[in-house]
Design a protein around this ligand. Structure first.
Ligand code: HOZ
Length: 427
């Protein structure tokens, strides 16, 4: 496989853009080599600047549940663009998208549209602090909630990939407001509440961890979190940027029958365009300006293109049978990866929730960040390149998820499983 054009583009990009990329994991730092520069995507496939084609399991890191360039989404964006790309004024589409979201997630009584998951998490936390009059926040080791100051503490995803769990440039005072518990470990949360009585505004959690690789919540973990929050006067925030409209139409909160106080959503509700949202209990959301004293604003919030794409995407996802199909395709992918490992005697632990999954190069179950972090990342890097050379594109980091879309087929998944077997055989 030749990457001559991508190499040239990467060299040019590195002169102007830190690491040549606009988001660290894309630089392939964790796996080595040159990232293919993508020129187009259609359905489950992407094509790079050298004409190589890949079966894509990154799906823009989750939002493309319908696959690339889905006709309904493309048409909605084209129509919206013809009517103007930004007004910085209210539009009916914002309302339509808000209605779709609140119908899907009954815990969201009111919401605000923003531009990214980072903004959503940052704003949800501000609202929680305004509502409770408290400043401290509990997050989980290996959970990622975007790159706002104070959230880059023991963050998973790119931060974990590059071994900088807590970013430079975050004032110590901000970081000190963030307390870190262990995912799937209620006693670690209880200990923090006990040590910080009446100081904790909120607990923020990825209900299914996706940014340390996929790790499902243990039985009773999410309900236990809500109980601890209620007992201690704190709010529970679900970061459903990855799981919302992915693991069920109503997200992880539907799948695990939860009703968080606040929810953060991201790219999926824009069909892959830049968008985010935070919402939840009306009494809490009324803290947001102009109703309340917590300020948050944005010219591009509720942008016409993003809302048009989001409405088209959610309408497709609301059709009967969608989540059954995703579940089945996810299960086939899981089975294929397990069979590949078994066939060649490579130990892999495959975690899956619906159509999101991770194959950890670990010989035992992965239920916590510690266990995820003990995976053999060198093996993952070799596996990654083995797949890429064979036309299968997965995340260039052990600590991310693979996503199956409705555009994937059983034949495609069988092909990917065969490539996985060959890639594992040559490890
Ligand atoms: N680590 C991010 C996803 N969990 C990467 C996002 C991106 O590079 O677009």
């Amino acid at each position: 496989m030749r990457l001559d054009n991508s190499e040239r583009l990467f060299a040019r990009a590195r002169r102007l853009i830190p690491g040549g990329v606009n988001s660290p994991v894309r630089s392939f730092g964790a796996v080595g080599g040159t990232p293919p520069f993508i020129v187009s995507g259609s359905g489950a496939r992407v094509r790079d600047a050298d004409g190589n084609e890949y079966l894509d399991f990154v799906g823009s890191w989750g939002p493309l549940v319908l696959g690339h360039a889905h006709p309904s989404v493309v048409e909605a964006v084209q129509r919206a663009a013809a009517d103007g790309t930004s007004f910085g004024a209210p539009t009916e589409r914002e309302l339509e998208l808000a209605e779709l979201i609140t119908r899907a997630m009954p815990s969201i009584e009111m919401l605000r549209l923003v531009n990214s998951g980072t903004e959503a998490a940052m704003s949800a936390i501000r609202i929680a602090r305004a509502y409770t009059g408290r400043s401290k926040l509990i997050k989980f080791n290996g959970n990622y909630h975007g790159h706002a100051d104070g959230l880059l503490v023991k963050a998973g995803s790119g931060a974990a990939t590059y071994g900088v769990p807590t970013s430079a440039g975050v004032p110590l005072g901000y970081a000190a407001e963030t307390l870190v518990a262990e995912y799937n470990d209620l006693p670690s949360v209880e200990a923090l509440f006990d040590a910080n009585v009446n100081q904790i505004a909120a607990v923020i959690v990825e209900p299914v961890a996706g940014n340390m690789g996929v790790v499902a919540p243990a039985d009773g973990f999410l309900a236990g979190l809500h109980r601890l929050c209620d007992d201690n006067g704190a709010l529970l925030i679900f970061d459903e940027v990855i799981t919302g409209f992915r693991v069920a139409y109503g997200g992880a909160q539907e799948r695990y029958r939860m009703r968080p106080d606040l929810t953060c959503l991201g790219k999926i509700i824009g069909g892959g365009l830049p968008v985010g949202a935070y919402g939840g209990r009306a009494d809490v959301m009324q803290m947001a300006a102009p109703l309340g004293p917590a300020y948050q604003a944005g010219t591009l919030s509720g942008n016409p293109l993003a809302t048009a794409a989001g409405i088209a995407c959610l309408q497709e996802l609301a059709k009967p049978g969608v989540y059954e199909a995703l579940e089945a395709l996810g299960a086939e992918t899981e089975a294929g990866l397990r069979a590949a490992g078994d066939a060649v005697g490579v130990e892999v632990t495959v975690n899956r929730v619906g159509s999101a999954l991770t194959a950890f190069f670990a010989g035992s179950p992965v239920t916590t960040w510690e266990e995820a972090a003990s995976s053999d990342t060198g093996r993952y890097a070799a596996f990654f390149h083995g797949l890429l050379q064979r036309g299968v594109y997965v995340a260039p980091s052990q600590f991310e998820a693979a996503f199956v879309s409705l555009a994937h087929t059983s034949e495609g998944i069988a092909f990917a499983a065969e490539q996985a077997r060959e890639a594992m055989a040559s490890l």
